[in-house]
Write a protein that binds this ligand. Sequence first.
Ligand SMILES: *[C@@H]1O[C@H](CO)[C@@H](O)[C@H](O)[C@H]1NC(C)=O
Ligand SMILES: *[C@@H]1O[C@H](CO)[C@@H](O)[C@H](O)[C@H]1NC(C)=O
Length: 401
Amino acid sequence: MVGLTVSSFGVYGLLVVIAILYQTELPRMVKLGLGIGRTLEPLGSFPYTYRRIQEPRLEACEDMWLSESTRQLFLACSDSLSRKEYLPNGGKFNVSGRSLRDSIVVMDLERPSGDSFDMRTLETPGFFGTDGDGRLHLVGFAGSDDEPGDIRLWVINTKPSVDPITGEFLDNSKVGANSTVELFKTGAGATTLEHIKTFFHSQIATPNKVTALGGPHDGFYYTNDHGTVKTGLGYALSPLLAKADVSFCDDTTCRTVVPGLKYPNGLVKGHDGLIYVPSASIGGIDVFEPLPDHGLKKIDHIDVDYSLDNLNVDASGDIYAAAFPIAKQILDGFNDPLNSFPAATALRIRKTLSGYEVTKVIEDRNGEVLPATTTVLHDTKTGKLFMSSVFSPFISICDEE
Ligand SMILES: *[C@@H]1O[C@H](CO)[C@@H](O)[C@H](O)[C@H]1NC(C)=O
Ligand SMILES: *[C@@H]1O[C@H](CO)[C@@H](O)[C@H](O)[C@H]1NC(C)=O
């Protein structure tokens, strides 16, 4: 539209542009991105004590999951400084700057140690990784322990694309990453992850987070946060043009079950069996009912006026959401993760007889203690909140006062 003046373009043209902008919800994205009209509260307004746990193994932990049966907290951690170089979900493809130390870390919540808990990095013996390097490239993951002590993890691995003959990296900024979902098994006192299978399919294109069916099934729902176009203009415009989706994989194939979404983020299956899908670009949570063929039928929308990242369910069925009060601060923070302390918010979504009740449980206006929070996990047994981040070099633990 460069060079077009309003007079030559005409009032109708202008109205069309405005209509399109509203259709794409661009104004809402800008409002949430900049936190316009929002009142932020300092940490001291909430009844918690809090501390940072800063140590190399707990860097850039995008996601967490709690095994209730074994009291082990699993974290998907990476390297703070490498996130700005290689993060396919963020359109960053500098393969030589990728993290070489991503791992699933476990904390034993029944074994306190100093300010924190006993923790270990899980080995993945025999896992092939990228062209045999055994490595993982972690973002979101999900777990299930419906049989006590028998834990499965569905782990998104955003590994780079390589030439299968020469083993050389392809130009990932053109072809995109070669993401898969890796199914691992482990149990109580976990020290290793046993690799069970790789889900590899063209529909696993821009996977962000998984939620598993559990029970006897290995199937799972996941969000393709930008849909199936992995790079370039189509990728960049996906949130505006609603090209993202929720997809489903079972042992045989993968398929889209909800197309036409705007930046769907960390989805979760509720204790009610419904699938909750938050949006990073326009906020809010869409609620879906799974159909017998694993299709999803939209049955509700929870109005949440925040850009949202991962959702997690606690033992009592409440959903905890990592919300970005000023999303732009998060985007900026990737460039200087060790010195960026964006405002952070945790929301609780509780199902009541009259609908969903959304409550702010903690907020850190000034980034005093909380990381650039992308996951909030509530431990019902102790009341603790664990908060971790895709790029911050620490996690935070909050105790009820
Ligand atoms: C890619 O990452 C490497 C290693 O961190 C860095 O030296 C290089 O400058 C980066 N390249 C670009 C184009 O940013
Ligand atoms: C993508 O990953 C699959 C499964 O891990 C592997 O078989 C295939 O060779 C990879 N392709 C590219 C282009 O990296």
